[in-house]
Write a protein that binds this ligand. Structure first.
Ligand code: TRP
Length: 452
């Protein structure tokens, strides 16, 4: 069975596919508005701390479980722990990533809409026009729901082509393109008049904004952005080779992910300040600010602005796509292996279930009904996954790897049977995984539920 599971074909493929999972709307859409709402650079510093102390050790732990077992998430956890009950952590991950796919696809669908609208030149107008455009479109009952489902279908068709020919190929093509385009737009945005204030907001920390809420948000964002805590990395690691250096890969992926998040901030904030949009406008920031960026930055050469804006929305779609692929793959691998289905059929189970959720999430935007615990269904799914389910998954994984699994096994995977050059980091890793990660997450969850 192991042989026909498929593998990533090269080291570069491994890093780009996994970075493709990590880099997505979390970086370009969620990180900037979180930073805007939580005090700019102060938030970024806390966020970076979360990545180093909790994120990288957490990634390595998921890699260890997945690469050792070479199986879908549920089986990987059960095999690694030598206990069936641990398989439930894998199942929790599959559930979490499916919920994320549901609401994430809605935002990705908005990106599709903006891609079409900018190609047809419909996003031209003043600030109020762009604001109204977004509000009208996102609260429409039909179109955004349909586009969300279309996005899940596109994901589906990449998934059914397999790990190497689908996932890896798409990532190798789209990741470098995304990076180049991001750089071009950062330069354009930073050279707008009045951009300096935005750069300052992003780079000068205001520690008075820090509160326990900010820590919570930063942690949730770090897990979300690194695709951590849902067995996503575990599933991808099951396609790694025996020679993959797990710590080094985790470090590289985290670095790329952080860099792209900060660059996205540098793309949005200078422009936001220069056109007078406050950076704390929340989830809609990117859809209201960016159309203006292109208009104003390239007012001297409208044709260039037109082309860049199309390319930008196309690449936003592609960044989202490499992420939705990874969320889809977790469940697809599970159903293929556990129900012994053809990959194509297994993928349909997920596609249909997530499409139903996406439709409801989309309907809940801008409407008073369809609320769960005082939030729209869409916001509730975001909150539930990023701030409850992801931390829980990551905490259980680190308890498994740090305390319950065979020590020799963990060491062998970390050091590639003593052959890799990262042996000296092992004690630090073990310390983080045994104490830092679980204790931090536990404190944060207890705070979340009002226990402390
Ligand atoms: N990390 C992705 C982003 O930043 C989102 C993502 C992909 C994800 N796979 C995931 C989040 C699994 C949580 C779990 O856009």
């Amino acid at each position: 069975m192991k042989n026909d599971r498929g593998n990533f074909g090269s080291k570069l493929g491994i890093v780009l596919a996994t970075a493709g999972s990590a880099v997505g709307l979390g970086n370009v859409w969620r990180f900037p508005f979180m930073t805007g709402q939580n005090g700019g650079a102060a938030f970024i510093i806390v966020y970076l701390g979360c990545i180093l102390l909790l994120g990288i050790p957490g990634m390595v732990s998921e890699f260890i479980v997945g690469r050792h077992s070479q199986a879908n998430a549920a089986r990987a956890y059960a095999t690694f722990a030598r206990g069936k009950a641990w398989g439930l952590v894998g199942i929790l991950g599959i559930l979490t990533s499916s919920i994320i796919l549901g609401f994430y696809a809605v935002v990705a669908g908005w990106c599709l809409q903006y891609l079409g609208a900018s190609a047809m030149g419909r996003l031209k107008g003043d600030n109020t026009f762009v604001l109204n455009y977004f509000q009208q479109f996102s609260s429409d009952p039909v179109k955004p729901a349909v586009l969300g489902v279309v996005f899940i279908l596109i994901t589906h068709f990449v998934i059914v082509r397999g790990v190497k020919d689908g996932i890896e190929r798409v990532s190798k093509l789209l990741m470098p393109l995304l990076f180049i385009l991001l750089l071009i737009i950062v330069v354009a945005s930073c050279s707008l008049p009045g951009a300096g204030k935005g750069i300052e907001f992003l780079l000068r920390p205001d520690f008075s904004k820090l509160s326990s809420q900010v820590f919570l948000e930063a942690l949730g964002q770090a897990f979300f952005s690194l695709s951590l805590g849902t067995a996503c990395l575990c599933t991808y690691a099951s396609y790694f080779t025996r020679h993959t250096n797990l710590l080094q890969s985790a470090g590289q992926i985290a670095m790329v992910d952080f860099l792209i998040a900060v660059l996205s901030g540098l793309m949005i904030f200078p422009a936001a300040f220069s056109v007078g949009v406050l950076p704390d406008s929340g989830p809609s920031l990117i859809f209201i600010t960016l159309p203006n960026v292109f208009q104003q930055a390239f007012a001297f050469m409208p044709a260039l602005g037109y082309v860049i804006s199309i390319m930008f929305y196309a690449l936003l779609v592609f960044a989202a796509l490499t992420s939705t692929i990874s969320m889809h793959e977790i469940g697809t691998a599970f159903f293929t292996e556990e129900l012994k289905l053809k990959r194509n059929r297994a993928a349909w189970i997920l596609t249909i279930a997530c499409s139903v959720l996406a439709v409801f999430c989309s309907l809940s935007v801008g409407k008073a009904d369809l609320q769960v615990m005082g939030r729209s269904l869409m916001d509730f799914c975001d909150f539930l996954t990023a701030q409850v389910m992801l931390p829980t998954g990551a905490m259980l994984t680190s308890i498994l790897v740090g305390w319950c699994a065979s020590k020799q096994l963990v060491r062998d995977e970390f050091t590639n049977h003593e052959t890799s050059g990262v042996k000296s980091f092992y004690p630090y890793y073990l310390f983080c995984v045994r104490y830092v990660v679980p204790i931090f997450i536990l404190l944060i969850l207890m705070h979340q539920f009002g226990v402390i």
